[in-house]
Design a protein around this ligand. Structure first.
Ligand SMILES: [Fe+2]
Length: 175
């Protein structure tokens, strides 16, 4: 058997270092949690940017790196995301001001899980995670969110008797 070594030779000249075209490995949920926690503890970095919108949640991207992005979001009472995924990105969010409620589906034995996420706490999740985040409190909330890789798409779901049903998908052009 002969090996075709030519086929395995990289296309760049031998004296040129290969271009690193491979995407960087995504950050872990735990690292993303550290990112949003640390930023939540430094309001001087973002407090002057915060706006409130009665139309929908207000958001602004603070960081757009190759391997992750960070968003600042404000929530008036009653504003919510609905059930959604993160298009395969890992993520984390920290509540800096106010309080949110997070809904997710546990295993068959657990059903719907409802968590309070008060100021000073953070949640982190893997690439398959689906949740609904809402402000059920009486005052506004401000949160920091990190995703890795940066969000490429998000699908929305309805919670029905049989479980979550995918209803729509949006891409970066919608946010
Ligand atoms: Fe989310």
């Amino acid at each position: 058997m002969s090996l075709d070594l030519a086929a395995e030779t990289p296309p760049h000249a031998p004296d040129t270092p290969p271009a690193d075209e491979s995407p960087r490995a995504p950050l872990t949920p735990s690292t993303l949690r550290t990112v949003v926690r640390e930023l939540a503890e430094q309001p001087e970095q973002w407090i002057h940017l915060v706006r409130l919108s009665t139309e929908e949640r207000w958001y602004r991207r603070l960081v757009a790196d190759d391997d992750h992005e960070v968003w600042l979001i404000s929530w008036l009472p009653g504003q919510s995301t609905g059930f959604h995924d993160h298009g395969g990105s890992r993520g984390a969010f920290a509540v800096a001001l106010g309080e949110l409620e997070e809904l997710s589906l546990g295993g068959p034995e657990q059903g719907l899980l409802i968590r309070r996420v008060p100021a000073g706490t953070a949640r982190a999740f893997g690439p398959e995670y689906v949740h609904d985040v809402r402000n059920t409190a009486s005052g506004p909330a401000v949160t920091l969110h990190a995703y890795s890789p940066p969000l490429g798409s998000m699908a929305h779901y309805d919670l029905r008797a049989g479980g979550l049903v995918r209803t729509s998908e949006e891409g970066p052009e919608q946010w």
